[in-house]
Design a protein around this ligand. Structure first.
Ligand SMILES: *Cc1c(COP(=O)(O)O)cnc(C)c1O
Length: 381
């Protein structure tokens, strides 16, 4: 089945009792058993719920995986992956990553004896240099948030294959429409479903997908034991959102490209970060591992002034000043004070998150209106 058909049909079956074409919202905590241990596959909704199950099958199919698990947030999904490790284990992570991921690694799991290394991963050699006998996980986010760096998933997977090291990829920005990490050698794909998969800014959710059965047993054991699951109503909303993932992503990419080139041509703009530019340092890798460049763009203004950044984000009208990304509506954010405020200043500036950096999540409105909005706002500085 091709991707654009999977978004609509994968994992979803007509309801066996009524024929309902839409998976019902099974708003139930438990299931009546006909006799002790004689049930229809569901015992308790932390362990399994039919609405959530349909969604887990759908996301697994989109990522070309065999097993999916959904969680109460993207961070709950990350939490599950790190709980597969033991004290003394080491993780190599990209240094330019979602602030909340950095926070859970360093403030929650370091105290349980797991060691995290943060490094740029633009070149796989930087990762290879940190691998030792305790390395059990490599954590990749690509494109990275908010600097849009591109990491070569295939090159990193060559470092882990045949070794007892898991490769996990946060695929939130690209979505399986643009990039399928399991096909490139990753063991686990993670999503903040909150973003593009949900797509309508109405749900907070996370997901993991893997291919390997043994790994899936661990994933489901932790999902059930730690209990950070999502509810049936949210699962329904995301099942609905996924049905248009391919058309939304197509438009996000088209609008993203127009806006990236508009910003690049603007006299007050200094740098524009978008993997579709031929001069992007890993443009060729992006072309090889992604089928488009997405709608996430970051930029800085000449002079790098904090007050200019504040003026821009406060003077736009269509772009809404908000955390998050990936919804149908365009959002604008200031990473240094918003999404990445939990990363110490020197650390964030090292990776490029300077005071004037602004991040756009380009929505699916008319691109002309979005450009007009940015033009008016940039006139305020
Ligand atoms: C939002 C986000 C997360 C965290 O997901 P939540 O659903 O907010 O818990 C992780 N990674 C990336 C890239 C994100 O954008």
């Amino acid at each position: 089945m091709k991707f654009n058909t999977k978004t609509i049909h994968a994992g979803v079956h007509a309801d066996p009792t009524t024929g309902a074409i839409m998976t019902p919202i099974y708003q139930t905590s438990t299931y009546v058993q006909e006799g002790v241990g004689n049930h229809k596959g569901y015992e308790y909704s932390r362990t399994g719920n039919p609405t959530r199950h349909a969604l887990e099958c759908s996301i697994a199919a989109l990522e070309n995986g065999n097993y999916g698990a959904c969680f109460g947030s993207g961070l709950a999904a990350i939490d599950c992956v790190i709980k597969m490790l033991n004290p003394g284990d080491e993780v190599i992570s990209t240094n330019d990553l979602y602030g909340g991921t950095f926070r859970i690694f360093t403030t929650i799991f370091e105290k349980y004896g797991i060691k995290f290394h943060f490094t740029p991963m633009g070149d796989a050699k930087q990762v290879a240099a940190l691998i030792n006998e305790n390395t059990k996980l490599i954590w990749v986010e690509t494109p990275t948030n908010p600097m849009m760096n591109i990491i070569d998933i295939k090159a990193i997977s060559k470092l882990t294959s045949g070794k007892n090291i898991l490769l996990a990829v946060d695929n939130t920005f690209a979505t399986p429409y643009l990039q399928r990490p399991l096909d490139l050698g990753a063991d686990i794909v993670m999503h903040s479903v909150t973003k593009y998969l949900g797509g309508h800014s109405d749900v907070v959710m996370g997901a993991l997908v893997c291919k390997d059965e043994k790994l899936s047993n661990e994933m489901y054991r932790i999902q059930n034991s730690s209990g950070a699951v999502c509810g049936p109503m949210d699962s329904f909303l995301v099942l609905r959102g996924i049905k248009t993932l391919h058309i939304r992503m197509q438009r996000h990419c088209e609008n993203g490209e127009k806006i990236a080139y508009y910003l690049k041509s603007h006299s007050k703009i200094d740098k524009v970060y978008w993997p579709g530019f031929p001069e992007h340092p890993n443009h060729q890798v992006a072309k090889d591992q992604m089928s488009g460049f997405g709608g996430m763009i970051s930029f800085t203004t000449k002079g790098n002034k904090l007050e200019d950044a504040f003026k821009i984000v406060e003077n736009v009208k269509l772009f809404k000043l908000a955390e998050s990304l990936g919804g149908v509506e365009s959002l604008i954010g200031h990473p240094a004070t918003m999404t990445h405020a939990s990363i110490p200043k020197e650390k964030r500036e090292e990776s490029g998150v300077v005071d004037s950096l602004i991040r756009l999540s380009v929505g699916i409105e008319d691109a002309d209106d979005l450009i007009e909005d940015l033009k008016n706002s940039l006139a305020s500085i």
